[in-house]
Write a protein that binds this ligand. Structure first.
Ligand code: SF4
Length: 359
């Protein structure tokens, strides 16, 4: 066996398997455009199990795009807290406002109009348009990439645009038939539950006898992974500073950029755990104390955050607004990950959230 399996055969097998084995997820019981859209945004970069409680809370708080559009961003980020990748929440908020302004509050049944909304990329467009409206558009997430690379034994790095295109074209051919939304979900579901990265359960796979990687015994080596570049480390000096009533000073970062719209401790870049750097924010660090250090990783960067106790009220810096919060208010805030870790390490009691990860 060396030829990729024919589309019609794969389609039948995948749909049959999906009908028998698909997970019972709340948005699958309610495949209207808005619930589906919300689920697709939440499940990007996040495990389904982690996304479900967030999806339920959002659907209860914002049952329509108009409800989300009218809500303040702070409330949305507070409800999103713990899911990570906050740009998704900010974009969804902006997109919901566009849906109200351009489409009278209804998610448009038009791939072009939907794809023009803020934050709606090729994946989200394909997923929502196929699942909610039956458009024959592919939706390729990391799980689908893995399944297709293995099925067709694609041995090139799937990330460069040219190779990505090969995968999207294969997915497009597969969904160009009946039930495109179910077929997209079947491929992604197979990757999430059977064709797993490290130990694919090929004995349970509906297309095992047509899988070129399995036939060659190389399924665990695909898709090929390029070596990760080492992440750069940068130092941040932060301050735990309280006002006269014991409230903690936080600043909200501008909406655009890293950690946009989130609240965090007063902090500045520095070459090391350099407490006096906090004076640029109008704060006086207690240099007799030891700073508390935590690390937080981003995709290409690791922050080492050194937190000093300090006095004063912060001014200036890379924030939109400074405000002091009682400790009891913190769990409902959209707090940045580094500040959440730093506050916990300094002994502030904050409940743990379910972590983000892959779908
Ligand atoms: S046979 Fe194995 S490697 Fe191939 S698609 Fe199925 S689970 Fe994945």
């Amino acid at each position: 066996m060396s030829e990729p399996a024919p589309v019609a055969l794969l389609r039948d097998r995948l749909l049959g398997w999906y009908d028998a084995h698909r997970r019972d997820l709340p948005w699958r019981r309610d495949p209207r455009p808005w619930p589906v859209w919300l689920s697709e945004v939440m499940c990007q970069q996040t495990r389904v199990d982690s996304a479900i409680p967030y999806w339920r809370r959002f659907m209860a708080a914002f049952p329509t795009p108009a409800d989300l559009a009218a809500a303040p961003l702070d409330r949305i980020l507070g409800l999103w807290a713990g899911l990570g990748y906050y740009a998704r929440a900010r974009n969804l908020h902006a997109a919901a406002q566009q849906v109200v302004a351009r489409h009278g509050g209804a998610v448009p049944d038009d791939p072009q109009a939907f794809g023009a909304l803020k934050g709606v990329g090729r994946y989200t467009r394909g997923a929502v348009m196929s699942i909610a409206f039956g458009h024959r558009l592919p939706a390729v997430d990391g799980n689908a990439v893995r399944v297709i690379c293995r099925l067709d034994r694609l041995t090139d790095d799937p990330r460069p645009p040219r190779n990505k295109e090969v995968i999207w074209r294969r997915a497009a051919a597969l969904v160009d038939g009946p039930r495109p939304g179910d077929l997209n979900q079947a491929i992604m579901e197979l990757g999430a539950t059977v064709c797993s990265p490290k130990s694919p359960a090929c004995l349970l796979c509906p297309v095992a006898d047509r899988c070129l990687a399995r036939a060659a015994g190389v399924q665990q080596a695909l898709p090929v992974k390029p070596k990760r570049k080492k992440r750069r480390t940068a130092h941040r000096v932060a301050a735990l500073v309280r006002d006269g009533e014991g409230r903690i000073w936080l600043g909200r970062r501008p909406t655009d950029g890293l950690l946009g719209g989130l609240w965090g401790l007063p902090a500045v870049d520095a070459p090391g755990p350099d407490g006096p750097a906090l004076r640029t924010l109008g704060l006086e660090p207690d240099l007799d104390a030891e700073p508390v250090t935590v690390e937080h990783g981003f995709t290409h960067l690791v922050w080492r955050v050194h937190t000093w106790p300090a006095r004063g009220a912060p001014t200036g810096g890379e924030v939109e607004v400074w405000r002091a919060f009682a400790e009891g208010e913190l769990p409902g805030l959209g707090l940045s990950g580094p500040s959440l870790k730093a506050l916990r390490a300094c002994g502030v009691n904050l409940p743990h959230r379910r972590g983000a990860g892959r779908r």
